[in-house]
Every structure is written in C-alpha cells, then in structure tokens.
Design a protein. Structure first.
Length: 472
C-alpha cells in the first residue's frame, strides 16, 4: 500500500485494524495462558514455583525489550520492527504449543515476550504517524484502548473453553493464525516508513544497559512478590538495578549518538503523561487482581460469577474508548478531560475502600464497576494522547516503547505493592481479633489505590494546563 493510500480514510482503517491485531494478540496471550496454568502443571509436571515461570519468562522478555524495541523502530523503521515482532511472537507461540518439555516451554515464552515487545512498542508510534489529524488520532487511540480492554475478557472466556475442551496447550495456538494473517497484511497495508531518527552509529553500550536494567527491574518486582521487599536478595537486586540505571543515564548524557536522547524528557506531556499513566495503571492492576479476590473470598462469588460481575468494567472501557472519549478529546482537549476522568477512578476505588463484607451486587458492586470503567475508558486514551503528543515524529517509537514499559513496570509494582498492603493489614486485624480481617485488608489496598490516583490527579493538575480550544 502506498503512503497516500494508507492516509486515505479506508487505508487508515485497514492499517489500524492490522495494528490492533498485534495489540490483541499480546493482550490475549496474557489472559488466555493464565486460565490454562493448572492443567499445564498437571500435564507437563511443573512444580508450583516452576509453573510461575510460564508467566514470568514472558513478562521479563516483554518488559525488558519494550524501550529498546521502540527506539529501534525509530532507527530502522517501525513497520520492520512490527512485522519482525509478529514473526518472532507467532513462531515462539507455535513452538510453545508443540513442545512437551517444560524447560523449552519457558524458553519459548521468553522469546515470545521479546516478540511481543517488538510488536507493541511501535504500535502507538505508527498510529500517530498514520493519523496526523488530532480528531482522527483520538479515535484511533480510542480503538486501541478498546482492543486492550476487551481482549483480556475474551482471553479469559476463550482460554477456559479451549483448556477444557481441547487441552491446555491449545491456548498457545489461538494467536498463530492471527499472527500469520497480520504479518502478511502488514506488508501490504502498512505504509513503508523511513527511519525517523539518525543512526549516527549504534549505541551498543546503551542498548545493553537499557535491556539489563529493565529486565532485572521486572525480575526484581516478580521476586519481591515471593520474598518481600525487605529480603536481602530483593534489596541486593534493587541496588544492582539502581547502579545499572545510573550507568544508563550517564551513558545517554555523554554518548555522541545516544540510544535515548535525554532531552525528550523535557516535554511535560511525555514525562507527565508517563507519570500519570504509571500511577493509574498501578492502581487498576491492583484492583483487577484484588477485586476478584474480594468478590470470591469476602462476598462468596464463584469464578464464573466473579467474571460476570467485573465484566461491566471492560464493557464501559470499551464503549467509552470507541465513542465518547474521542469526541471529548476533540472538543475540549486532553488536558481538560484528564482530571475529571481520573476523579471517576479515584471515586470508584474510594467506594471499594468502604465496601462492607455484606455488600450486594446491585447496590454496591455494579456502581463501582461502572465508575471504574467510565474513568478508565476516558483516562487511558486521554493519557496516551498526551504522552504521544509530547514528542517529535522522529521519537514517536521511543515514546510508544516508554509508555508500554511504564505500563508493564507500574502494573507489576501496583500488583505486588497493593497485594502486600492487603496482606499486612489483614495480619494486623487478625492479630487484634477483628472479625472481618480479610475484608479489612482488601479495603486498605483499595484505599492505597485511590491514593495513587489522587497522586496522578495532582501531577495532571500541576503539569497540564487546559486549553480553551482544540485537542492537546
């Protein structure tokens, strides 16, 4: 497809569909594999600790390569990185489904994570390039947010069915036809893009440092969930991550041709957008995990009922991402929309923090899910729009990779941090003889999540000044 055709209305729609297919594959993989873990453990003989590495290996590969892959998209062309990522992800997915060896499965999952990083790191940058008009861009980012919201729900339902009806390894093959079709279509419908940033010599040291830093950071977060943040092993890993990060910053400040020019972080939109996004994602990831546990362990819901009870969150995100968010962004601008949308999220989490152990669905749970879904459905595309608008076109891949890296690391931190708060509060209440110690622990975690969103609101109100006309 020529660039001119790709910029026509129909061409942009087809290109967006191809890009969103890659995003859907990555989201599906995260949720569809989760439901297949117990039968995979029985079939391949995983230990309890070994089974976790089916997920951890993927997360380390994904989180460790996102920033580097995004920058490589700027240097060698985003379409090349996207298509290569599709190929790596699809091949590793097929291999994971075919192998009967648990060690090879874990290795395939790590490679799959690298492919996922290559795909997802450049998607937003390509969306921005293909949709230069602010209104069209807001709609496209809304569709991207919709795919991310609905993909997890589809994966949970479809993965459970496949694992029961066909077998646990069948879940890996779901993405294979999508990957093959998307790779072929990408070569035909995505416009050829020239490198947006000058090579100027490969910053090999910077590349090694950013990979080492992000991969070890993700591994440390995972380890903290098992060992605790104060364990000697975790504190030692944190010290190494800190040294690597400082070394990376020094390298980028002194290199003749840095992998990441530190000057991009002078943009309030890019830096502030990532800070807001990180706080919001951390709170929402914690809610997704702990909210399901609250419904099951405190309110007594079964697994199916829990899924249905939380479905309005995804439905509201999907509905608002596809429609209202783009119109509001076009009419009022991202800066004006952001604080009210974050306020809805904070209100929903604050409501959960006061949820009684005898709460009914219609009076308490449903309103909370609608509040959270409405807030996220507006805040996610708004924050993405702000962060991506804060860089020049030549750095769009870097901004896209950075946003995805923020999502992965903040999500993992939110999950482990809020989980630790819930456990500690429950232990204290149980020691004091409280009857609702378990519920009290979850409520403390939800209150901490609400506080995270309040921090995001403060950042947004401080850094972003609303404009009277036009989008951000």
């Amino acid at each position: 497809m020529s660039t001119n055709h790709a910029r026509s209305g129909a061409g942009r729609t087809i290109a967006l569909a191809v890009l969103c297919t890659g995003a859907l594959m990555a989201v599906l993989d995260g949720s569809i594999v989760n439901v297949a873990l117990p039968p995979l453990q029985r079939e391949l003989g995983f230990s309890a600790g070994g089974l976790a590495w089916v997920l951890n290996a993927y997360l380390i590969g994904l989180g460790g390569f996102l920033l580097l892959a995004g920058r490589l998209g700027d240097l060698v062309g985003r379409r090349r990185i996207y298509v290569a990522g599709l190929a790596v992800f699809t091949a590793a997915t097929m291999f994971a489904g075919l192998t009967g060896d648990k060690d090879i499965l874990v290795a395939a999952r790590f490679i799959q994570g690298i492919g996922g990083a290559m795909m997802t790191s450049v998607i937003l940058g390509m969306i921005v390039a293909i949709h230069p008009e602010p209104g069209d861009r807001a709609k496209a980012i809304g569709v991207y947010s919709f795919v991310q919201a609905i993909g997890g729900t589809v994966g949970l339902v479809g993965g459970g069915f496949l694992a029961d009806a066909v077998g646990p390894r069948a879940v890996f093959f779901v993405n294979v036809p999508f990957g093959i079709a998307a790779a072929i279509a990408s070569l035909r419908v995505l416009p050829r893009d020239r490198p947006q940033a000058s090579h100027g010599g490969a910053d090999v040291a910077g590349a090694l440092l950013v990979m080492s830093t992000t991969m070890l950071a993700v591994y440390t977060i995972i380890a903290s969930g098992e060992l605790g943040w104060t364990s000697p092993r975790v504190t030692g890993l944190l010290a190494i991550v800190s040294v690597l990060f400082v070394a990376f910053v020094v390298r980028q400040a002194t290199a003749a041709h840095p992998l990441v020019a530190l000057g991009v972080f002078r943009s309030r939109d890019l830096t502030g957008g990532n800070l807001v996004f990180g706080a919001m994602v951390g709170a929402m990831f914690g809610f997704q995990f702990l909210g399901a546990l609250f419904l099951q362990r405190v309110l007594g819901y079964g697994a199916t009922k829990t899924g249905l009870a939380l479905a309005p969150v995804a439905i509201a995100i999907a509905a608002l991402s596809l429609g209202l968010s783009a119109r509001l962004l076009t009419r009022f601008g991202a800066r004006t929309v952001l604080v009210p949308s974050l306020s809805l999220l904070a209100a929903g989490l604050a409501w959960l923090a006061r949820m009684p152990a005898t709460a009914t669905y219609a009076e308490s749970v449903l309103p909370v899910t609608l509040l959270l879904g409405a807030g996220a459905g507006l805040a996610i595309p708004t924050t993405m729009t702000l962060a991506m608008s804060g860089v020049a076109p030549r750095d769009a891949g870097l901004a896209s990779g950075l946003l995805n890296t923020t999502q992965q690391i903040a999500g993992a931190l939110g999950l482990t941090g809020l989980g630790a708060i819930a456990a500690a509060r429950t232990d204290r209440l149980a020691a004091a003889g409280a009857a609702d110690a378990l519920a009290g622990g979850y409520r403390a975690a939800f209150a901490a999540g609400a506080a995270l969103v309040v921090v995001a609101i403060a950042i947004a109100a401080t850094l972003f000044r609303p404009r009277k006309k036009g989008p951000a």
